[in-house]
Design a protein around this ligand. Structure first.
Ligand code: COA
Length: 161
């Protein structure tokens, strides 16, 4: 069944309600074995830094996804993107990513970067959105069972790809 359009709220002021909403999705979205989820203090701390932006996506007021972006000196980095497992496959991740790209561009960024664990299905989404891989760090991530995974670096030239 298709879901309605995501209502996306973008904040760069560390609003506590938006941080709490993102944390609810964070806890449900990231597989625990890779330790990729951020804690509330980590997220709040990042939101105190200049250039940080939090986009929270809601359906009927319920937070179902979020993205965290940092933009400095003409470059943006997508630090986190997550959609609650019950709401995947409805293009919410793509909408959050597109909104971040628009926000990055309007902040003056020409390039947007991200890093992702090899094997993460999010790579499908990033590739479809036009990101291209430019680097690979061997065995960068270590899972809780000791498994090692490469880190893949992607980038997109905003407004051109
Ligand atoms: C990655 C994630 C955000 C995708 O969210 P989503 O809302 O399900 O993604 P979308 O529905 O917007 O998918 C967009 C496109 O990517 C593709 N895609 C997304 N997940 C996919 C998967 N698991 N396998 C294959 N393709 C996938 C979709 O098919 C879609 O392509 P289409 O437009 O041609 O149909 C979600 O799976 C997630 O929260 N994962 C855990 C957190 C994480 O690892 N985040 C990334 C690192 S920070």
């Amino acid at each position: 069944m298709s879901e309605g359009p995501l209502q996306i709220v973008v904040r760069s002021d560390g609003d506590e309600q938006e941080i709490a909403a993102a944390m609810r999705v964070m806890i449900a979205a990231f597989p625990p074995e890779y330790g990729e989820a951020w804690s509330m203090p980590q997220l709040s701390g990042m939101m105190r830094l200049p250039g940080s932006l939090l986009a929270v996506g809601r359906l009927d007021d319920k937070p179902v996804g979020f993205a965290l972006l940092r933009s400095i000196a003409g470059e943006s980095e997508l630090l986190l993107l997550a959609v609650h497992p019950d709401h995947r496959g409805h293009n919410h991740g793509r909408r959050l990513l597109d909104r971040c790209m628009t926000e990055a561009e309007s902040s003056g960024a020409q390039t947007m970067f991200l890093e992702v664990r090899a094997g993460n299905p999010a790579i499908h989404l990033y590739s479809k959105a036009g990101f291209r891989q430019y680097n690979q760090r061997r065995d960068y991530y270590v899972g809780s069972n000791g498994s090692r995974h490469d880190a893949l670096s992607f980038k997109i030239i905003l407004g051109h790809d």
